[in-house]
Design a binder for this molecule. Structure first.
Ligand code: PMP
Length: 470
C-alpha cells in the first residue's frame, strides 16, 4: 500500500540502529546520551516524501537539511552523475587545468546570479565557502592597500557552518566555546529578531534599529578597520528569523557609506527558496560576495562555493599575486554535473517562479494561519521558509505571550509528535519549530503538510494536558 515502502529487502532496523550507536558519531549530538538513543533510518525518498526502515512515510518539511530543493528521486540527476563518473570521475582545477563540468557550471551560475557577479570560486560545502570568504575578503583589502581592514562583522545567532571560520562567523556561543573561537577579527552584533527585540516598536522601527547596530559597531572600531559584514538574508538554522522589510536596505546603505563589503550567505536562501534565484534579490540588496551550497545540487552531491563580485575580482586581477587557497574538491566534476542538472530542473519546471507567485504565497498564507492554533504564539513564513513559536499562553501581542519553561523541551516534544503524525519539522531554541520543504510542493501537498502539522500540534496539546502542563 502507499504508506509502505516498496523496498526489495527487509531491513533489520534494530540491528542497524545498534551498529549505528556502536560506531557512528553523529554531527551535533551528545555522545553521553548516545547509548540510550536510537536513530531513525531513512531508506528512500520520492518527491517530498521519505520512507524509513519501518516503512513509515514522512512528508519532509525540512528538505533534508534545507537542501533538497527539487525533491527526492530525480533520476536525471543520477543519470548525469553516472555519465560523468564513467567519463571523468575526478580531476582538479589547480595549476591551470579545468574540465567541462566546472566551466559550464561557472558560466551557468554567472547567468542566473545578479549582474555584479561574473566569477565563482568552488568549494565542497557551505562551511568551506565561508572559509574562502574570510580569506578572500582579507586578501582583497591587503591587495587594495588597506591591510588593516580585517574585521568581519556578523550577528548573534547566525549560522555560517562548522569549520573554524564558519563557526567563528556564526553567532552561537555553544560553538564558540568549543575550539577557542571566534577567530581574531570576527565580531558580532544583535540579530534582527522582532520577537526578541521589537517589544513596543513597529516592525519598521525595529528593522532600522537593528541595522543601526551595524553602524554603531563600525563607528566603535573605526571604519578603516572593517572589512565586511556578513548575514544570511533570512537566518535559517537560528530559527528562520525573518527580518523586518526596513532592515536590509538600511544595512546596504551603511555598507555603502563606509565602503564595507557586503557578504550574503545564501547557503539556504539561494536557488529559489525565497522565490528568487538568490534571497538578496528578494530584499533588493547588492552583495559583493554570495556563499552558496545545499540547493545548488539539491544536496544530491556535496558542492558549495562563492560568487565573487566584480569589485573584488577587478582589484585582484589588476594587482596580481597568488590567492593561496583551494580544495582538492574545488569544482568537483560530479558535483558540477549534479548542479547543472538540478538548475536545469529548476528552470524547466519553473520552480523558482512558482515559489515566487503561486506556491510560496499559498504556503505563507496557510502557514501563518497556524497562529490561530491555541499552542502557537506566532507564525511567520517567507517563500518556502517558516517558523512558529509554541507558547503556554497567548497575550495581547506576540511580545506578551507566555513561553513554556525551557527545561520542559516542548519544542522537541512537539517535533516528535509531528513525526508520529507523518511530517518532519525542526525544533530550535525557544520552542520554535521551523520548516523548509522541497520547492516542488503542490497546493495539495501544502494542504497535507499543514493538516499534519495541525495534527501534531493537537497531539502535543493532548500530551501536555495529560502531563498537567497546560
Ligand atoms: N551557511 C548557512 C547559512 C547554512 O545554513 C549552513 C548549513 N546549514 C552553512 C553555511 C554550512 O554549510 P555546510 O553544512 O554545507 O558546511
Amino acid at each position: 500500500e502507499e504508506n509502505r515502502m516498496n523496498n526489495h529487502e527487509k531491513i533489520d532496523t534494530q540491528c542497524m540502529q545498534e551498529t549505528d550507536a556502536a560506531h557512528h558519531l553523529h554531527p551535533f549530538a551528545d555522545y553521553r546520551l548516545k547509548k540510550e538513543q536510537t536513530s531513525r533510518i531513512m531508506v528512500r525518498g520520492e518527491g517530498a516524501y521519505l520512507w524509513d526502515s519501518e516503512g513509515n512515510r514522512l512528508l519532509d518539511g525540512m528538505a533534508g537539511l534545507w537542501c533538497t530543493n527539487v525533491g527526492y528521486g530525480r533520476k536525471s540527476i543520477a543519470d548525469a552523475v553516472h555519465g560523468q563518473m564513467v567519463q571523468l570521475p575526478f580531476y582538479n582545477t589547480f595549476f591551470h587545468t579545468t574540465h567541462i563540468p566546472a566551466i559550464e557550471l561557472a558560466a551557468k551560475l554567472v547567468e542566473i546570479s545578479p549582474p555584479q557577479f561574473n566569477h565563482v570560486f568552488f568549494a565542497g560545502s557551505g562551511s568551506e565557502g565561508n572559509d574562502t570568504v574570510v580569506r578572500l575578503v582579507r586578501h582583497y583589502w591587503s591587495k587594495k592597500g588597506n591591510p588593516e581592514r580585517q574585521v568581519i562583522i556578523s550577528r548573534n545567532n547566525a549560522y555560517h557552518g562548522s569549520t573554524m571560520a564558519g563557526a567563528s562567523l556564526g553567532g552561537w556561543q555553544s560553538m564558540h566555546s568549543q575550539g577557542g573561537l571566534p577567530l581574531p577579527g570576527i565580531i558580532h552584533i544583535g540579530q534582527p529578531s522582532y520577537l526578541e527585540g521589537g517589544k513596543g516598536k513597529t516592525q519598521e522601527e525595529f528593522g532600522l534599529e537593528a541595522a543601526s547596530w551595524l553602524e554603531q559597531k563600525i563607528l566603535d572600531i573605526g571604519a578603516e578597520n572593517v572589512a565586511a559584514f556578513i548575514g544570511e538574508p533570512v537566518q535559517g538554522a537560528g530559527g528562520v528569523i525573518v527580518p523586518p522589510v526596513t532592515y536590509w536596505p538600511e544595512i546596504q546603505r551603511i555598507c555603502d557609506k563606509y565602503g564595507i563589503l557586503l557578504i550574503a550567505d545564501e547557503v539556504i536562501c539561494g536557488f529559489g527558496r525565497l522565490g528568487y534565484w538568490f534571497g538578496s534579490e528578494y530584499f533588493g540588496i547588492r552583495p559583493d560576495l554570495i556563499t552558496f551550497a545545499k540547493g545548488v545540487t539539491s544536496g544530491y552531491v556535496p558542492l558549495g562555493g562563492v560568487l565573487v563580485g566584480d569589485r573584488i575580482v577587478s582589484t585582484l586581477m589588476e594587482k596580481g599575486g597568488e590567492f593561496n587557497h583551494g580544495f582538492t574538491y574545488s569544482g568537483h566534476p560530479i558535483g558540477c554535473v549534479a548542479a547543472l542538472e538540478n538548475i536545469r530542473i529548476l528552470e524547466d519546471e519553473k520552480i523558482v517562479e512558482r515559489v515566487h507567485s503561486d506556491t510560496g504565497p499559498y504556503l505563507q498564507k496557510k502557514f501563518e494561519a497556524l497562529a490561530a492554533h491555541p499552542l502557537v504564539g506566532n507564525a511567520e513564513a517567507i517563500g518556502f521558509l517558516g517558523g512558529m513559536n509554541l507558547v503556554r499562553q497567548k497575550g495581547a501581542t506576540i511580545h506578551d505571550n507566555v513561553p513554556f519553561d525551557a527545561a520542559l523541551q516542548i519544542g522537541p516534544t512537539c517535533r516528535a509528535h509531528m513525526i508520529d503524525c507523518g511530517v518532519i519539522m525542526r525544533a530550535v531554541a525557544g520552542d520554535r519549530l521551523v520548516m523548509s520543504p522541497p520547492l516542488t510542493l503542490t497546493h495539495a501537498e501544502i494542504d497535507e503538510m499543514i493538516k499534519l502539522i495541525i495534527l501534531g500540534l493537537d497531539k502535543t496539546v493532548e500530551d501536555l494536558r495529560q502531563r498537567k502542563l497546560l
